[in-house]
Design a protein around this ligand. Structure first.
Ligand code: SAH
Length: 401
């Protein structure tokens, strides 16, 4: 494939040389030279010294990713095969587990190819394409994967309509179509997954450690409020961990059926738990009015969501969300505060916690911190790829008012 030569601005050389993998629009002098998504671009400095090569693919974050620092390395199917093989080798022990059958096998720039992720669900592979540019390599990637693994089927999500959202298509690509939901396992817990029903499949694999911790150490005998509960997977783990009762709250109508399903496939009595289709902020109001309090409150909102009545933005509204949570948490209770917003660093998150508790005149301490699990490999020196931040916060008694 021919390579388009593109000059990098001097200011951006140090970060590129340190291994910053994202190609920023600002960093290159002649963006107009590159036109076609999927084109290979050769990055040089103003003296034409070779710096690296990558592909052109517009995402909200940048206009492409560096793939190689070797002048002569070709970006061809052998390249994809090498990268996939390395990634699969690093997950060997995951494939050996019988009690966890869903995990990430390829994590974008953490495995050397930004804009591409691949998840494994009990024999099925799900590929996420984050730009038209990386999608241009679809055949090479799928051929490479086919050489390395045997699959029941491959599904895909094209996450590049506008602003990185998802193109709603038939997502089947290869193999034999699945009958969904399929049931996968995570630390022996059953999870219903549908790979061909919109952008989200029923579970977010990056919260595996958090779910396990809740089940094993925070749920027993507790009342649990799970907000932004989606298919209720946190509630299921809490219930299996011996929670006295869980309450799941999500705005999406479909969350009700899907949550019931997750309970049922784990032989839990759905009737013993509450599942509410409702705006969480409305729910907090209701809970205060009824003097409802909880021992464990889980906050796992999307980075951004728009409903009929309101817009939720994690950056703008997380502090307020924490205050709402504090108001319905028992003394000595725990708030699990999670965000996947790359605009919120761990420090910023802790700042929100500090301010929220201060405004609520309540003391706290942070009991545990989580970031991405091992299969979600991140790239050193590229903090943006380490997007998950989760805090377990113990609420202490209010200080004098
Ligand atoms: N915590 C979930 C994932 C959350 S996905 C899990 O671990 O599986 C985000 C969810 O937030 C979606 O299901 C969406 O319907 C819901 N949501 C967005 N805005 C909301 C709001 N204001 N009130 C309640 N739910 C909301």
């Amino acid at each position: 494939m021919t390579e388009k030569v593109v000059k990098v601005r001097k200011k951006h050389l140090p970060s590129l040389e340190r291994g910053f993998p994202l190609i920023l629009k600002d960093a290159i002098i002649d963006e107009n030279n590159v036109k076609e998504e999927g084109e290979i671009i050769r990055l040089v400095d103003e003296q034409n010294k070779f710096l690296g090569k990558g592909y052109y693919g517009k995402q909200n974050k940048g206009i492409g990713w560096v793939l190689s620092y070797e002048q002569n390395e070709q970006i061809d199917s052998a390249f994809f095969e090498r990268k996939l093989k390395q990634a699969l080798n690093k997950r060997k022990h995951f494939f050996d587990h019988t009690e966890t059958t869903a995990f990430r096998v390829f994590n974008g720039e953490g495995d050397g190819i930004g804009g591409l992720t691949i998840d494994y669900f009990a024999g099925y592979y799900l590929i996420n394409w984050y730009s038209k540019g990386i999608y241009a390599f679809q055949k090479a990637v799928i051929d490479a994967l086919g050489k390395l693994v045997s699959w029941k089927a491959v599904y895909q999500k094209k996450r590049f309509a506008t602003k990185g959202t998802y193109i709603d298509d038939d997502d089947f690509v290869a193999g034999e179509r699945g009958i969904f939901p399929i049931i996968v396992k995570e630390n022996s817990v059953h999870l219903a997954v549908d790979l061909n029903d919109g952008a989200m499949v029923g579970v977010f694999l990056d919260q595996r450690e958090v779910r396990k911790t809740i089940k094993e150490a925070y749920a027993k005998g507790k009342t649990v409020l799970n907000t932004f509960s989606y298919t209720g997977v946190f509630s299921v783990f809490a219930a299996l961990g011996g929670a006295k009762k869980t309450t799941s709250v999500d705005l999406a109508k479909r969350s009700l059926e899907r949550t019931k399903e997750q309970f049922r496939i784990n032989q839990l009595n759905v009737e013993a738990h509450d599942i509410l289709v409702m705006d969480v902020f409305q729910y907090f109001k209701y809970a205060r009015k009824k003097n409802l309090t909880f021992d464990l409150v889980i906050l796992d909102p999307p980075s951004f969501a728009r409903s009929k009545k309101m817009t939720f933005s994690a950056v703008q509204d997380y502090q307020n969300l924490l205050k709402e949570a504090i108001s319905v948490t028992e003394n000595e209770g725990v708030i699990v505060a999670s965000t996947n917003s790359s605009a919120i660093s761990m420090n910023k998150m802790k700042g929100f916690v500090e301010k929220a508790f201060k405004e609520m005149k309540t003391s706290y301490y942070i009991v545990e911190e989580f970031s991405l699990p091992e299969d979600f490999r991140t790239k050193k020196g590229f903090e943006e790829s380490n997007y998950l931040k989760v805090l377990f916060i113990k609420k202490l008694a209010s200080f004098l008012k």
